[in-house]
Design a protein around this ligand. Structure first.
Ligand SMILES: [Zn+2]
Length: 330
């Protein structure tokens, strides 16, 4: 079958099954160290699947995961994919203050860049938590050197969404210059935006519906869609966690069908990294965008000073302690 052209963006949020917000009330931060890890093997399986279909993707990696599995980012890069940032601790942005968000973001970016040995320019918030209350986060993302964000879901949901935000790729003014926003795929239906770009929605709808919707999402004007999936979504063997009915429905629905469906999607559409798609459309100026390099240098300088170790330690310890106390935010 001839694949749809041109390329859309394929993305993976690299986190483990116990990080997801659906379990934030039942899994504490201390539990993360005790639960059997699955993220490394599941991410490798996705890398293998993408290789089989000759597609490149953007992996938004959680800083916590990168720290725990220091070779994973390298494998992602060595396979030709883009490494981007999914924050450090999967804390929802609108539940953080600016200082905490700044520290978490710089920490995650520095870990990922050290492992990838290249600038990390893309960001996606835990559970799409850039909402009307946390749009200030975009200023910080731009300030620390991100060139694009993919965190604003133009829908209305219980824990995320900015329903009137543009559905298409667009640029936003921040206090540190322009930041490109690449919203997850939606299609307008019955006067609102229907999410069709991956995750639980991909597992919920019949594949034929998703395909038709994504064809529509990718066809209008110069639109390209971005699709997202999590490593745990192809893992039928993951331990079952206790949670409310709604959370369990969200997390476990159709896991057994997901990998096969994903294979069909990869056959039916052309995919590339978000960075390549945005570059092709002229949204990014790569390599060597000065604003990115300058602010990245500023961050790097700050970390390399004598204060580096102390500062990171001072930042990390209370953060970890707080996260442990407020483990339900994981
Ligand atoms: Zn996530």
């Amino acid at each position: 079958m001839v694949k749809e052209r041109p390329s859309n963006a394929l993305s993976v949020d690299v986190e483990d099954y116990f990080h997801v917000s659906a379990f934030r009330h039942s899994v504490t931060r201390a539990d993360w160290e005790k639960l059997p890890p699955r993220v490394e093997q599941n991410t490798d399986r996705l890398i293998g699947l993408f290789e089989h279909h000759s597609v490149k993707a953007t992996f938004f990696v959680l800083g916590w995961v990168a720290e725990k599995y220091p070779n994973l980012v390298r494998r992602i890069v060595d396979n030709g994919h883009e490494v981007a940032c999914h924050g450090y601790s999967h804390a929802l942005i609108y539940q953080q203050n600016r200082a905490t968000f700044f520290q978490e973001t710089v920490r995650a970016k520095a870990i990922l860049e050290e492992q990838a040995q290249q600038p990390v320019i893309g960001y996606r918030a835990a559970s799409w938590s850039v909402t009307a209350e946390s749009l200030w986060a975009l200023d910080i993302l731009s300030e620390v050197g991100f060139q694009y964000d993919s965190s604003i879901f133009p829908v209305r949901r219980d824990i995320y969404g900015v329903p009137d935000s543009p559905r298409d790729i667009h640029q936003r003014k921040t206090s540190s210059g322009l930041l490109t926003e690449f919203p997850p795929a939606t299609v307008p239906m019955f006067g609102r935006n229907l999410p069709v770009g991956g995750g639980g929605y991909f597992r919920l709808y019949p594949y034929a519906f998703t395909r038709a919707a994504l064809r529509r999402a990718g066809k209008i004007g110069t639109r390209r869609f971005i699709f997202y999936i999590h490593p745990w979504e192809i893992d039928t063997e993951q331990p079952r966690l206790a949670a409310g009915l709604k959370s369990r429905f969200r997390h476990y629905l159709n896991l057994s069908r997901c990998e096969r469906r994903l294979g069909r999607l990869l056959s039916d559409f052309r995919f590339d990294t978000a960075r390549n798609v945005l570059t092709e459309l002229g949204y990014l100026d790569i390599p060597g965008k000065t604003s990115m390099v300058t602010s990245y240098d500023a961050v790097a300088r700050e970390q390399q000073t004598t204060a580096r170790t102390n500062r990171l330690k001072k930042t990390a310890e209370p953060l970890q302690a707080r996260a442990g106390l407020r483990g339900e935010r994981g």
